[in-house]
Design a protein. Structure first.
Length: 394
């Protein structure tokens, strides 16, 4: 019987897609293309107008970038905490290779960007744009190769991207914070203290954390710190384990695991695609080919493409050659090179930092073109290397 006449088969195929590690990246690829097509179609005026419609105190774009993305950062924070305390980053031996590679993958893209934009002080504000790796995009491309890529390499990339996300959170907090409202900041500190008290008291139900988290978001928004960081703050207070001595098997029922499981699909298939569609659209009308040679555009693209490959692959090569670490099990240098190129896919977090760095829509468009260019070339080269050097693993 064909799948078209078998609803159970259709549901099973859809479930397999949603559970696939590649699916979030595939959805983002489709959304990025749709945003570009829409921004350069007869619907362009409606597209850009809709983003600036005010719903209460904020425009639709601000609701997406400040409120919806706070939920994305909440999930990022939950993943960071789980991996650091109870996962692939729980020991220093597991942290050293992806941690050092993530550091190199942030430093060198920033250096390439600063080198290209050194004579433009205004553009230097965007130095952090190419430092970010889009975990969904990168893992999505890697997962498309299935068993031709060893599981250890997928774990390495996931760990690197999680540490990279942590670095991006720190960068946003330190370098992209406006004037502070000390009263609101003090209120946020009190709410955060209450959340930590919930944690110490082993509160297992989630609703008190979420209610206080909403209050925390409002206060952080008013404080001058970017409101999305409230999501990370909330995540760090959610208990990972129930009580000391609790059997390991029951840890999956902890508040952190339950919330992370609940958020994963809505974030991957609703929130991040909405953010991507709202922010990846750039009108090419009136833009000349010269935009691709603009220092700002080239700084972002070069940082993502060359900075990531030099920073990630170079750091891994040094650590392996000096004997401080080994390549991920069953991986070869060709596959590692392809994975390092995938780290240059900076879609979600790079777009986010770009919007924080610059207010001018024209400058933002140049940033978006650089991100799309650098990410696309990085993704293609990564796929080529993985395809050429991939091998069937057991």
């Amino acid at each position: 019987m064909s799948s078209t006449n078998n609803p159970g088969r259709i549901r099973s195929t859809l479930r397999d897609f949603l559970n696939s590690g590649a699916s979030g990246g595939i959805v983002l690829m489709i959304v990025a293309v749709l945003a570009l097509v829409t921004a350069n179609s007869p619907m362009a005026e409606s597209y850009f107008h809709a983003l600036h419609i005010y719903l209460g105190p904020l425009s639709l774009q601000h609701w997406i970038n400040d409120a919806l993305m706070a939920v994305f950062f909440l999930l990022v924070g939950l993943e960071i905490k789980r991996e650091m305390l109870d996962g692939q980053l729980s020991t220093w031996s597991r942290r050293i290779l992806p941690g050092a590679a993530a550091a190199g993958g942030m430093v060198f893209p920033a250096l390439f960007y600063v080198w290209i934009n050194w004579e433009n002080p205004m553009a230097l504000r965007g130095w952090a744009i190419p430092t970010a790796t889009d975990i969904a995009f990168a893992l999505g491309v890697l997962s498309l190769f299935g068993s031709r890529v060893p599981a250890s390499l997928k774990i390495f990339l996931a760990a690197l991207a999680i540490i990279d996300d942590l670095g991006a959170v720190v960068v946003i907090a330190l370098f992209y914070t406006s004037d502070l409202n000390l009263l609101a900041l003090g209120g946020a500190a009190l709410v955060l203290g209450n959340l930590l008290l919930f944690n110490r008291m082993k509160v297992k139900v989630l609703w008190p954390y979420l209610v206080m988290g909403a209050v925390l978001w409002v206060l952080v928004f008013a404080s001058g710190i970017h409101a999305t960081l409230a999501g990370v703050m909330l995540a760090l207070t959610i208990p990972l384990k129930l009580t000391p001595g609790t059997p390991e098997a029951t840890h999956a029922e902890s508040p952190l695991h339950r919330l992370e499981h609940f958020l994963h699909k809505p974030v991957a298939f609703i929130i991040v695609p909405i953010f991507g569609f709202a922010n990846a659209g750039v009108s090419l009308a009136g833009l000349s080919m010269g935009v691709f040679s603009e220092p700002l555009t080239m700084g972002v693209a070069t940082g993502l493409l060359l900075g990531k490959i030099v920073g990630v692959l170079g750091t891994v090569a040094v650590l392996v050659k000096l004997g401080f670490a080994d390549l991920p099990a069953k991986a070869n240098w060709g596959q590692m090179t392809g994975t390092a190129f995938l780290c240059g896919i900076g879609f979600t977090m790079s777009l986010f930092i770009g919007l924080l760095a610059f207010d001018d829509p024209t400058v933002q468009d140049h940033v978006k073109i650089g991100i799309l260019l650098g990410s696309a070339v990085s993704g293609i080269l990564g796929a080529v290397f993985l395809g050429v050097f991939g091998r069937k693993t057991g």
